[in-house]
Ligand binder design. Sequence first.
Ligand code: FES
Ligand SMILES: [Fe+2]
Length: 344
Amino acid sequence: MASRAEVEKDRPAGWFALAFSRDIRPGTVARSEIGGEDVVVYRTGRGLIRVVSPYCPHLGAHLGYGGQVRGEDIVCPFHGFAFGPGGACTATGNGAKPPKVGLTTWPSREAGGLVLAWLHPGGLGPQWEPDDLPGAYPYPVRTSYLERIRLQDVGENSVDLGHFTTVHKAVRPEVVEGFTTDGHRASGRLRASVVTIPGRPPVEVHFTFRYWGMGLLVIDFEPVKWPVRVRLNIAATPARPGQVRLLVSTSTALEPRGPLALAGAPAHRVMAAALTRAIDGWVQRGLRDDIVIWTHKIFLDRPRLADGDQGIAAWRRWVRRFYEPAPTLPVPDVPVPSPARGEA
Ligand code: FES
Ligand SMILES: [Fe+2]
């Protein structure tokens, strides 16, 4: 079991994924977790996403066990209290006047094919918008994991040049563009030769990784000699105490002018889907190799970094801001919504 300090440590500011958007259809009521708290995610009849604390203010029933969407409301399974999209009680099950109570709602958004909720260690509302988060290419393979790992280890992995050789058997990994930050965004670019299909020679690949806070990572792989782009979307959410949920999509796009595209649109699509499955096998093997290390390692606040670990040092400096209980990022011009009242 994680210590209290460790749980607190895994409540950084940011947008974190609760579910793949496609899994939350109108009328769906789903359970998820963020920052060690249970939440209920639902989509109203008109398609609005809502994230609420699960407990009904009437007698405390959990809306994730039998709660139902009725129109724009979510209805409690215990005595039928209904709550509108803003959280307020709109009706009771027996026709009595609704009391002035409401559900606690979380700020929520949809971006990059994910349902996101906002977490802040000081309880502040959203300090940036995730609108520019790229989604997967068409026909992605989606996977989810719930693992006893730390959030920091997931993000730190992409800047950890040394482990690409030992864990992922990459040949000559090199930094092409160093780790650069811009407020809540950060990025970098590497190149290495990797064996993507067992038994085949290594191929040279450029990796561009981009972060939106600590929980949203997009890695674009560009094999130098293949007319294909691979995108790995990794969303890491501090879910339960000591546990992180990973929502992963692997997707590919064949270059429109590449030779494979000449086969025509349907063949092109079939090839992209087959290629995605093959590459996803490589991605999942790599991820599982990382997860074994993350599960059993300890987190060193003061690691003894070596030459080549500059990316790790830069990442650690960048992420400090997300643990500050007071705002450290520029406050946006738009009014900041209250964390107690969610919005689409
Ligand atoms: S506990 Fe939800 S309506 Fe009574
Ligand atoms: Fe890795």
